[in-house]
Write a protein that binds this ligand. Structure first.
Ligand SMILES: Nc1ncnc2c1ncn2[C@@H]1O[C@H](COP(=O)(O)OP(=O)(O)OP(=O)(O)O)[C@@H](O)[C@H]1O
Length: 898
């Protein structure tokens, strides 16, 4: 029996029930919108462009033969078999060229090629690479103006250079306004057309100016110039005079940075500085176009605040109240405070042991120094005599002038510095538009619609500010931050979502053409010249080109970090040079710590003007770790001594104290003196921490916590911003921090408490966290030869006879175990005894201050004086009684002790 498989039979479909297969319905509109169609049309346009170009060019050589044939046959030329033309593109080429050139617009017909080229490129790349509308306008006006002008200026020529259209219009003009009028009108029209199209820049030949050098009084004596003008460019498609950026309904507002004008300061020979007027804009033809004329062109709904880009929200919880800090740092006024009435009315400062040496110190440097010498020698002798006459005989009771010791000191002039590059922010319309389109498209990929987009062009980066469409939550964009950055795929993109206080999202994109910010420009700026900061530092330029100039005294310390080669050393030089340009050697001292030994060595030539060091040390730039520890501790002693002085004077900070001293309200006999600011600069802090650890960290932390009120400020730089180097204690005391490009996000967080520094592009691109805001800056650039010039200029001048000495510090560990032995007297015993007897005050702090000693050593001296019977027993908080009343008595005691 056969095993019969049961077959499941499917009944055949009833043909009546079968539905016809549905054909895909594609509307013409969809076809037109399709990307492929656009690309094909783009390619066709480019081909037309090429075709016309070859046909026209060929026609220029073959027109005499072809013209007649085309005229004779007309359209029939295509169907007539035995007509032969010479045009490279055959009958079609000859026909098109003849009709567009001879019958049309002559040479101006080439403009058709540009139009098809623009159309083709835009369609092929699916982007608005060039503005079609603008090019259409250029073409239409160009056809008219150029053809008529060519007809007029080539009248009588056998070839019709302006074409029939040009000739016709030209004849009308000649009829209406005559030949001269037509010539003038057409010249003007052609000129206007080229200006409109290419906006060339016209330069007058530079005039040589002779600038008389004026001896500066003080750097504050400046003339004010007009405030810098802010240039804003608003672009709209409907505006014909500017380059426009508009796509798919998004309006782009371009905020051009303002160019600060330098101050006209005779001291700085401002005439030597080229005035920056206007911002250049490259349109899509690559030519420059002046944008000044489109400033403030249209009202825009999206107003951009020129203040710097900040990320408050990231930093909000760490926000530091500087005012509070200031109060903490100030010492309380105690009962000991002297009232002004108690003080003798005016005190004469004790003349320094060695007055400023008249011998002029030769700088170490060669060539620049020689140039400077000449400059100084040439200065009018009369001026120096006049200056000397006014200062030689000080009027009694006049204010004390700390700069008198170096009364002829001249501040460095700006011509010692160089201008790097043109300094003009070049705004490339194509680049802006391409970036804008990419941003819009990228966000669209994540379903984020944009309402408006605005761009602010800075020296190195452009900030695109985006207003999301209603309903788009910023938190969504924030979450997509990394993806968006990846999609935009450009190096150095930083997204700020949202920009605090604005509700907009910021995307910073590096410029293709970056502008170097010269130190010279910054120092010449009005803000630098005319501020009343105690320690003005010009750091760089913000994204909106505003100069970032701040007071180091209010920061009050600065921490800098950045991977190697990203601009740290240049940054330090920038800060030091700013201070050198504004401060007199009597007002400021630097303590320079340079474990790398080479970075700060340039400043050795100014050691007797601006550097402070430990007594007995040879090198003024500290490179040895052991010496660094001593120096930091000596600074702590200096800080304590200064606090004692302030307390005694009843002043809350160094400013008040110095003001009182200048007004001669403080008695120099009691140890009071004018206190210069001290700026400690440590290059390569990581190296110190690794070799000395806590021994370095503790004094730094102490200084950072307390030293601001007494005028000691720290600038600390490190390559490695890791947590074991920038510890919590250090960080807490450095509210102002700078990050150049770092190698990882973690490093960025360590230094700024926020990411972003890993996205910077190097070469001075930096983020500064200051006053709770994080601002992107381009650091000013000052090259080593410039620093050498400035240092040599200062170093060559008359100097103090010796350096500013910090108090002596003795390592307690070394002293431990040494008991007091009357026969083993301190070498300073005699000096201390004389000081105490002369003042009749048995005070350890007096010894500390007057002899610039540390507390330990002064204490030991006091013990020895007690043992020798010169002072009485310790009387607690009061000064000890001085038992020896006259110099004679003391002399006898000292004789006996020999
Ligand atoms: N503000 C700036 N503008 C333009 N270029 C800069 C700027 N700062 C630095 N550069 C460029 O970067 C180079 C390296 O800078 P710099 O020597 O300051 O780096 P660094 O961080 O100190 O490196 P290192 O830690 O190795 O000493 C400079 O020689 C200069 O060409």
């Amino acid at each position: 029996m056969a095993n019969r498989l049961k077959k499941k039979t499917v009944p055949p479909p009833d043909p009546a029930e079968l539905k016809p297969e549905k054909e895909e319905q594609i509307s013409i509109q969809e076809v037109a919108k399709d990307d492929r169609t656009k690309k094909i049309i783009g390619a066709v346009s480019l081909l037309i462009c090429l075709f016309l170009f070859i046909a026209f060019t060929s026609y220029l050589f073959t027109w005499q033969d072809d013209q007649d044939k085309v005229q004779q046959f007309g359209v029939r030329i295509f169907s007539t078999a035995d007509v032969k033309v010479n045009n490279l593109l055959g009958v079609l080429g000859a026909y098109a060229a003849h009709n567009l050139m001879s019958y049309g617009f002559g040479l101006a017909a080439y403009l058709f090629c540009t139009f098809f080229f623009v159309l083709g490129i835009n369609l092929l790349f699916g982007k608005k690479v060039f503005s079609l509308l603008r090019n259409l306008k250029y073409m239409l006006f160009g056809l008219l103006v150029i053809s008529v002008a060519l007809s007029f200026f080539t009248a009588g020529s056998t070839f019709s250079w302006g074409g029939a259209t040009g000739e016709l219009i030209e004849q009308w003009f000649v009829k209406w306004i005559g030949k001269v009028g037509t010539g003038a009108l057409l010249s003007l029209a052609v000129f206007s057309y080229f200006v409109w199209r290419f906006n060339p820049t016209f330069h007058l030949p530079a005039r040589k100016k002779i600038v008389k050098q004026v001896i500066p009084e003080m750097p504050q004596a400046n003339q004010q110039t007009e405030p810098a003008t802010e240039a804003k460019l608003f672009m709209e498609e409907t505006t014909s005079t500017s380059n426009k950026l508009k796509q798919k309904g998004q309006r782009v507002t371009v905020v051009m940075p303002k160019q600060e004008e330098p101050v006209n300061d005779p001291m700085n020979e401002m005439a030597l500085i080229e005035k920056e007027d206007g911002i250049t804009n490259r349109d899509d033809s690559g030519k420059r176009a002046d944008l000044a004329d489109v400033v403030n062109e249209a009202a825009i709904p999206f107003e951009i605040n020129k203040s710097a880009l900040t990320i408050n929200d990231l930093y909000a919880d760490k926000e530091i109240n500087f005012d509070e800090q200031e109060e903490e740092a100030e010492i309380p006024l105690e009962a000991e405070e002297m009232t002004i009435d108690e003080l003798p009315t005016f005190y004469e400062p004790i003349p320094k042991k060695n007055t400023a040496s008249t011998e002029v110190k030769k700088p170490v440097l060669g060539a620049p120094a020689l140039e400077i010498k000449e400059a100084l020698d040439n200065e009018s002798a009369e001026e120096s005599i006049a200056a000397a006459a006014t200062t030689a005989a000080p009027v009694p009771k006049a204010d004390y002038d700390p700069s008198l010791d170096l009364r002829d000191y001249k501040y460095p002039t700006l011509d010692l510095l160089e201008t790097h590059g043109s300094e003009k922010i070049v705004h490339d319309a194509e680049e802006l538009e391409a970036n804008k389109n990419q941003i819009i498209e990228t966000l669209k990929n994540y379903d984020i619609d944009i309402q408006r987009i605005a761009a602010t062009v800075g020296p190195t980066v452009t900030l695109y500010e985006i207003v999301p469409a209603p309903g788009v939550r910023i938190s969504r964009i924030k979450n997509l931050e990394d993806d968006i950055a990846l999609s935009l795929a450009a190096l150095g993109i930083r997204i700020i979502a949202p920009i605090p206080g604005k509700g907009t999202i910021g995307i910073e994109v590096p410029n293709v053409r970056k502008t170097v910010v010269s130190m010279k420009t910054l120092l010449a700026s009005e803000k630098f010249q005319n501020n009343n900061y105690s320690l003005p530092i010009a750091i760089g330029k913000k994204i909106d080109n505003e100069n970032f100039i701040v007071d180091l005294a209010s920061m009050p310390h600065l921490l800098m970090a950045g991977a190697t080669g990203q601009g740290k050393s240049v940054g330090i030089n920038t800060l030091l040079v700013s201070l050198l340009y504004k401060k007199h050697p009597s007002q400021l001292k630097f303590v320079l710590v340079d474990p790398k030994k080479v970075e700060l060595s340039l400043y050795r030539v100014i050691e007797k003007h601006f550097l402070a060091k430990l007594p007995g040390e040879e090198e003024s730039i500290i490179t040895d770790t052991k010496k660094v520890i001593y120096t930091l501790n000596a600074l702590c002693i200096e800080m304590d001594n200064r606090y004692d002085l302030l307390k005694e004077a009843g002043c809350r900070n160094i400013k008040e104290y110095n003001e009182k001293f200048i007004k001669r309200k403080l008695n120099p006999q009691k140890g009071h003196q004018f206190l210069p600011f001290i700026v400690l600069v440590v290059d390569e802090f990581a190296d110190l921490i690794m070799t000395a650890g806590k021994e370095v960290e503790m004094p730094i932390a102490r200084l950072a916590q307390l030293a601001r009120a007494v005028g000691i400020h720290l600038i600390i730089a490190t390559q490695r911003p890791s947590v074991n180097i920038i510890t919590g204690t250090i960080k807490a005391n450095f509210p102002a921090r700078i990050a150049f490009k770092v190698s990882s996000k973690i490093d960025s967080r360590t230094i700024l408490d926020a990411g972003g520094a890993e996205q910077l592009i190097g070469k001075g691109d930096m983020l500064i966290s200051y006053n709770g805001d994080i601002t992107r800056l381009q650091c000013a650039f000052v090259d080593t030869p410039e620093v050498e010039q400035v240092a040599a200029f200062i170093g060559y001048q008359e100097n103090f006879p010796e350096q500013y000495f910090l108090p002596e510090f003795e390592d307690e560990k070394e002293l431990a175990g040494k008991d007091f032995d009357a026969s083993d007297r301190d070498p300073l015993f005699e000096d201390a005894a004389k000081l105490i007897v002369a003042n009749q005050i048995g005070s350890t702090s007096l010894i500390q201050r007057k002899m610039k000693l540390g507390y330990n050593r002064a204490g030991r001296l006091m013990d020895q004086l007690e043992a020798a019977g010169i002072v009485g027993k310790n009387a607690g908080s009061k000064a000890r009684e001085v038992l020896v009343k006259t110099d004679g008595e003391l002399f006898e005691i000292l004789e006996m002790m020999q």
